[in-house]
Design a protein. Structure first.
Lengths: 412, 133, 176
């Protein structure tokens, strides 16, 4: 009897919904050969809560607070896109001062989100000192948010037709004090992250997304800007007060002069955007005109105005992770909208994971996936099925693998 | 540069930690005994950091001003407000409230306002401390 | 593409090719900020038969960015709206193009556009499971957001008897 020739089979690693260092519950199945990844399969839907369905019996003002709870980190972007869609459908005009205030709140949220991401990305590499440093900077930005809106995370400051709270003259000294603190520490942050040799070794030429792939897969946000595609809703369209301000696309060649599309470029794009946000807030505080902050101050009248309106509207906003788009259809004499469709930016950034992860090592999975900044936190468990034995790797194991790789590279 | 965070790390050795030690500096070994000692005056609790003005804490209800128009019930996103038809006043369930303060904005007689109380945890959603009426 | 397109040129480009199959064209203009800079959006309704040639014609003009597709249940028909954007890359150059296609409920089928725009895979899979639309030629037919043991034939976004009316319970009725 002839001996059966052994063929090399590849292992399949399912990285389950609750998993390593990725912030969103996503199910991956990796086909690996040794330590290299050969193929990737993605499955979604683990945090599907039926939010669009819950909107079928609520009026637009109640839906604002439902939209805020879609995501904790982008808790300003979803109400912003929703109000843009409703104002497009119902034809409501907004006073100018409200538009400048909306820009300030949006950019403040961008600063909080990008500094959180910088800390998490450093933690994936094993650089915990930078995690504590960036999160202390973030605490001051959150203090400023609490002073302006009343709460650190669920801001509840957007409303249809304007904004709920104003920045009065006696609030300005506190605001400028916090902004100066952020400006002084930005240079230290940039130096700690971008000039460090270990960060460069771990992140250069890892997780490359080419420009054609980014275009064809319709990626959005800093993920696609780091590959050289110039897509930014704030620059392309004129909404809120961005038409008056000096904004430009942030691509890595602003700092280094060349575009590689790897993880290092994404770090550069996000840190440059923090600097751009501080600059935009200062421009807004200088140029803000005086006037009303809301088109219809009595909510009861606003509700009856919306009940009579009918039409369809689309609202787009540049959230920290990319483009958010909401579609609303209003019918006459009905309280609740007929249809509401939300598309969060991470859904367009899921497909680019496949070309980014092919050919990488397992220890690179946390940093590559975290570099696209998926939106939501979670814990994890990894199950490896090898032959007939099944054993589990916990989050600590995968994290340990990632840190060990850093130590190995540092010794070389 | 290899160790770019070194200057910050050295500076931190000489600075006080930024954390406010609320409620106590170290975790007590028996929490209920510690709370009993506090109520008898034997131990102290460090106060939390003061909240800024405009903070959205526990809701405060002025019963005399309320006219029973039910506009706040129409606009609450969490359905946390209940109407009492015999008295024509409302009852607010704090366990459901999401502290958005939209009811404050719509009330025509300003009977509702937000205080700065935020230590509101309880064990039963329908207990007396968590209902405002 | 460095040439800045105006919305009228885009509408003319499609109307020259497809003539009467395009209906209800609406160009909306919105201005924002103190300087009142404008941004445009185009809404049009096209016939199901020219859908795939329409998308090919669009890709010839400039490679679009497909933001998302939304769906409506209008009683006897299902309406799918594709939200494209053109002209990204230049300041104030982006134009949003919203194309709606109506499908009869007796035969809700439409062709895939994944061979022209690979990024459309996620949103087409979502329409298949949420509205019951059959996308012909899609490379991956698995469910996207709904769990695998969700009953067949139940389409959450629909408002008729195949919708979700029997499946949900109110929390306060269940718990206390």
């Amino acid at each position: 009897m002839k001996q059966k020739t052994t063929t090399k089979t590849s292992y399949h690693i399912p990285i389950g919904p609750i998993h390593p260092a990725l912030k969103e519950p996503v199910y991956f199945e990796f086909e690996i050969d040794g330590e290299r990844i050969v193929d990737v399969d993605v499955k979604l839907g683990h945090v599907h809560r039926g939010i669009e369905w819950a909107s079928r019996k609520r009026n637009p003002i109640q839906i604002l607070y439902l939209a805020e709870r879609v995501c904790g980190i982008c808790s300003y972007s979803h109400p912003a896109a929703f109000t843009l869609a409703v104002e497009d459908a119902a034809g409501i005009e907004i006073p100018e001062r409200a538009e400048y205030l909306r820009v300030i709140q949006g950019e403040l949220e961008r600063i909080c989100s990008h500094t959180l991401w910088a800390g998490v990305a450093a933690h994936e590499i094993g650089f915990d000192t930078v995690l504590y440093f960036t999160w202390e900077i973030r605490e001051r930005a959150l203090d400023l948010t609490e002073y302006l809106t009343g709460n650190r995370v669920t801001k509840a400051i957007m409303t249809i037709g304007g904004i709920r709270r104003d920045i009065t003259k006696d609030m300005l000294p506190t605001v400028t004090k916090h902004l100066n603190y952020l400006k002084d520490n930005f240079e230290k942050l940039r130096h700690a992250f971008l000039d460090d040799k270990t960060v460069k070794i771990r992140s250069q030429n890892v997780g490359i997304l080419t420009k054609e792939d980014a275009l064809k897969l319709c990626a959005v946000g800093p993920t696609t800007r780091a590959s050289g595609v110039k897509k930014d809703v704030r620059v392309d369209t004129s909404y809120f007060a961005y038409g008056d301000l000096d904004v430009d696309y942030m691509t890595p060649d602003v700092l280094t002069g060349e575009i590689n599309g790897d993880v290092y470029d994404r770090i550069i794009v996000r840190l440059l955007e923090v600097k751009q946000s501080i600059d935009l807030i200062e421009q807004c505080l200088d140029k803000m005109p005086s006037g009303d902050i809301i088109a219809e101050p009595k909510p009861a009248k606003l509700l009856s105005q919306l009940k009579k309106a009918s039409g369809e509207g689309v609202g787009r906003h540049e959230a920290p992770r990319g483009e958010v788009i909401h579609y609303v259809k209003l019918n006459e004499n009905e309280d609740a909208p007929y249809t509401w469709k939300i598309r969060a930016p991470t859904y367009n950034n899921i497909l680019p994971w496949i070309p980014m992860l092919k050919g990488e090592q397992i220890a690179d999975i946390p940093i590559v996936a975290a570099s696209t900044d998926p939106c939501m936190s979670c814990t994890n468990r990894v199950a490896i099925v090898q032959d007939n034995n099944k054993y589990e790797l916990t989050k600590e194991e995968l994290h340990r693998l990632s840190i060990e790789k850093t130590r190995r590279l540092m010794k070389q | 540069m290899r160790f770019s965070m070194l200057p910050q790390v050295f500076a931190q050795l000489f600075k006080k930690p930024w954390t406010n030690k609320f409620p106590a500096k170290y975790q007590p070994s028996n929490t209920t005994a510690y709370l009993k000692a506090v109520s008898e005056g034997k131990a102290k609790i460090n106060p939390p950091i003061k909240t800024p003005p405009g903070f959205r804490g526990k809701i405060q209800y002025d019963k005399e001003k309320c006219t029973g128009c039910q506009l706040c019930i129409k606009v609450c996103p969490c359905e946390a407000i209940e109407f009492k038809p015999e008295e024509k006043k409302i009852k607010i369930y704090l366990a459901r409230c999401c502290f958005c303060s939209q009811c404050n904005d719509i009330c025509p007689v300003n009977a509702l306002s937000m205080s700065d109380e935020f230590l509101l945890a309880g064990t039963d959603p329908y207990e007396k401390d968590l209902i405002v009426e | 593409m460095s040439k800045k397109l105006s919305p009228e040129e885009i509408v003319k480009y499609f109307k020259d090719e497809f003539k009467t199959k395009i209906k209800d064209v609406q160009v909306r203009k919105k201005s924002a900020g103190s300087k009142k800079k404008e941004s445009y959006s185009i809404w049009m309704n096209i016939d199901k038969s020219i859908f795939k040639p329409f998308v090919k014609h669009l890709c010839d003009l400039q490679f679009p960015h497909l933001a998302v597709t939304s769906g409506n249940d209008l009683g006897k028909t299902i309406e799918l709206i594709y939200h494209f954007t053109l002209g990204y890359g230049t300041r104030f150059g982006e134009i949003v193009l919203n194309v709606s296609v109506e499908l009869p409920k007796s035969k809700p089928e439409i062709e895939t556009i994944c061979d022209y725009i690979p990024g459309a895979l996620v949103t087409e899979r979502e329409k298949q499971e949420m509205l019951g639309v059959k996308i012909v030629g899609i490379p991956d037919t698995r469910r996207l957001f709904l769990p695998d043991d969700f009953p067949e034939g139940v389409y959450p976004w629909r408002r008729d008897e195949t919708g979700l009316e029997k499946l949900y319970k109110n929390l306060h009725e269940v718990k206390k």
